[in-house]
Design a protein. Sequence first.
Length: 310
Amino acid sequence: MNYSIIIPLFNEEKNVETLLNEIQIVINKLKDDREFELIFIDDGSTDSTFKELLNLKINHQIKILKHKINLSQSTAIYHGIKNSKFENLIFLDGDCQNDPNDLIEMIGKFENGFDIVHGYRNERKDKFFTKILPSKLANFLVRFITGSPIKDHGCSIKVLKKELLDDEILWGDFHRLLAARLNFKNIKYAQMSTNHRKRNSGQSNYGFYRVFKVFVDLIYLKLFQNKKNNNFYFIGFLGFCSLLIGSFSLLYMIYLKVFKNISFIETPLPILVVSLYLSSLIFFSLLFIIQLIFEISKKNDKNILYEVIE
């Protein structure tokens, strides 16, 4: 089996060389009957991350993708996937908190017939209130709402088949809920405890706000994870019903005024009509935004916002 290792980076100038050396040691142990490619994606770093990658490329076989601006971790992974050549993928974070040595056991497990081997962090080397607690809350929400069996959706290290991923999975900010978007009824999965290490350089971009972002993602995922499902049309139905009921209420209000001589302000109908018309506008606007998101998602791979250095 052959593997593409995809590593997104943002301001990780002090971690790049260490991480690459660690990965190379692991590859040397595994490469007898396997082939690997290393893909680093610099997500618009403002430090010397890209310069470090270019220096490392002199003595290492790596592929570098350079985002012209900071696009997001999900977009970086997405572009890495689109530029990968092998049928199996490995995801790692670029902060050196994932231990590449875990890949030896994970790949061995994966090659026993699994579609995905997902890591989980038993003993996290992070601050409790800013990292561990938000992660536990987020994982509880994900498992409760989606029914996903994965213990630690925030654990980046995983080995999986590329064929599992398509546009139904890789939309929006997918990296946080990638596993939750998979249909585990149809795939064979395994989970493995991984060695989580303390971040020695750089700065984390996560905190309690990630729980809010995960919650928003979950609402969107629950309603629209399948673009062909009825939920998309259900919002249109609600908009239509609001418009229809509002119109009938308006006609009835006019009827009371003309034929019963009942003033508009003597009934709650004016407030009801305005509320229903506003609801209809909101529902239809939501449909437009959702459709716009889908269209942007489909064109992600056509964006000329990055360059590839092979």
